[in-house]
Design a protein around this ligand. Structure first.
Ligand code: ADP
Ligand code: ADP
Length: 227
């Protein structure tokens, strides 16, 4: 069975704006699916429906065979907008460690896992700082570290590397592949960067139009760090 099953998904926002229409998509456990397409084709809307943040007007989203009617338990989301993703009153380390309470980890284990994830994204030295003391790109890396430390079974990322420089972006793409390697983590990654979509994705799903529909669904077979 697929970890993610989307059937006939359509959504019209309250203001009458129709964002997506008739989207069918199945994602196998452990797959990394890149979602690409022009601005406004409904990528974020699709992701919000999967995250349980938008209740779709039509169709269904099922995660692990259960229809999504609220935010699924074993999910992490990285949004494009880093300014709203970290709690300003917590240190970077505590931000990353906080969700791990749901994993039943003790305080020292949570801190160790947080520090390890911060090390992965090159933020070891920022662990004791507060989010507002970091640049935008660093805040975004902290949000990525938080999601990766949680080791969700489903990870949704909406333009996660949009606010970092080109070299850091490449580094973070490799971090994502490394952390995911050997696990069953399923990832949906929205990106406008075609190179990135092919480099990190096992599959590239292209949305087009307004409202957005699936235009094509391509399997990627590249030699690279995954082999
Ligand atoms: P993408 O992520 O591909 O850029 P979005 O899902 O953000 O696309 O948006 C799809 C369409 O829905 C766009 O035309 C956008 O303006 C519209 N839209 C997005 N969010 C809302 C909202 N909260 N209310 C009304 N319209 C929205
Ligand atoms: P993206 O393309 O990355 O999804 P957008 O610029 O389309 O980003 O949207 C940024 C934010 O504005 C989102 O939270 C989206 O829901 C909201 N938004 C976009 N279009 C509309 C709209 N027509 N009406 C209300 N909110 C919108």
């Amino acid at each position: 069975r697929h970890v993610l099953e989307i059937k006939g998904l359509g959504h019209t926002y309250d203001d009458g704006h129709r964002a997506i229409d008739g989207i069918d998509l199945e994602v196998a456990r452990g797959e990394l699916v890149s979602l690409v397409g022009p601005s406004g084709c409904g990528k974020s809307t699709l992701l919000r429906c999967v995250a349980g943040l938008v209740r779709p007007s039509e169709g269904t989203v099922a995660v692990d065979g259960r229809t999504v009617d609220r935010v699924p338990d074993d999910l992490a989301v990285v949004f494009q907008d880093y300014t709203r993703s970290l709690f300003p009153w917590l240190t970077v380390r505590d931000n990353v460690a906080l969700p791990l309470r749901r994993r039943g980890l003790a305080r020292t284990e949570r801190r160790a896992a947080a520090d390890a994830a911060l090390g992965e994204v090159g933020l070891a030295s920022a662990a004791r700082k507060y989010p507002w003391q970091l640049s935008g790109g660093m805040q975004q890396r902290a949000a990525i570290a938080r999601a990766l430390a949680y080791r969700p079974s489903l990870l949704l990322m909406d333009e996660p590397f949009g606010s970092v420089d080109a070299q850091t972006r490449e580094d973070l793409e490799d971090v994502l592949l490394r952390v995911r390697g050997g696990t069953e983590m399923t990832v949906l990654l929205v990106t406008h960067d075609i190179d990135e979509s092919v480099y990190v994705g096992d599959r590239v799903v292209v949305l087009t139009g307004s409202p957005g529909r699936v235009h094509s669904d391509l399997r990627v077979d590249l030699p690279g760090p995954r082999d």
